[in-house]
Write a protein that binds this ligand. Structure first.
Ligand code: FES
Length: 186
């Protein structure tokens, strides 16, 4: 399937092929973006101004279909929230972490939910290449994860660097589950 890129009413790039898009993390714009796209993913509308000023965003992950990725702009950086498929999770968990350039187990890249359980289906990370800061493309590269076209870095389905010049795994942002299905980034 070919991707379709266009700018929405707010000047944000919408990738309809992969059905992922960026919401600006401010109440007014996020609300308008949700309304125009009919995709009620960002649950921060109506948040107090001080919460927004602190730079946090709440996301209802249950609304992200399996195999789909949401991008949210948070503190000026894109955050990827991917609902991984069973295949992606298996690949991530079966990788020999010690052999990776930046060794890290898949479960070390997850944060437990409110019951203390890991939810490997939801991967949350800052979508910025650790080489020189380009934004990697999803569902691409030699490891079925992300590919940075700037200088050819390949990330796996856990967002770990596997090949190319990037020195580190994509960063996990500060986030927490605040209810069964809502995470708060920041
Ligand atoms: S910025 Fe991603 S490979 Fe250089």
């Amino acid at each position: 399937m070919s991707d379709t890129l266009h700018n929405d009413a707010h000047g944000e790039t919408v990738d309809e092929g992969k059905r992922d898009f960026i919401y600006i993390a401010t109440g007014a714009v996020a609300a308008a973006g949700v309304a125009s796209l009919g995709w009620p993913l960002v649950a921060q509308m109506g948040k107090a101004a001080d919460t927004l000023a602190a730079g946090s965003v709440e996301i209802d992950v249950s609304k992200i279909a399996e195999g789909q990725q949401l991008k949210v702009l948070w503190r000026g950086k894109p955050v990827f929230v991917r609902h991984r498929t069973a295949k992606e999770i298996t690949e991530a968990e079966n990788t020999d972490a010690a052999a990776c350039p930046d060794p890290q187990m898949d479960n070390e890249r997850l944060i437990p939910d409110t019951t203390g359980k890991l939810r490997p289906e939801y991967l949350v990370m800052i979508g910025v290449c650790t080489h020189f800061g380009c934004i990697p493309v999803g569902e691409a590269g030699d490891f079925d994860g992300w590919y940075c076209p700037c200088h050819g870095s390949h990330y796996d389905t856990s967002g770990r660097i596997r090949k190319g010049p990037a020195p580190k795994n994509m960063e996990i942002p500060e986030y927490q589950y605040i209810s069964e299905n809502v995470i708060k980034v920041g």
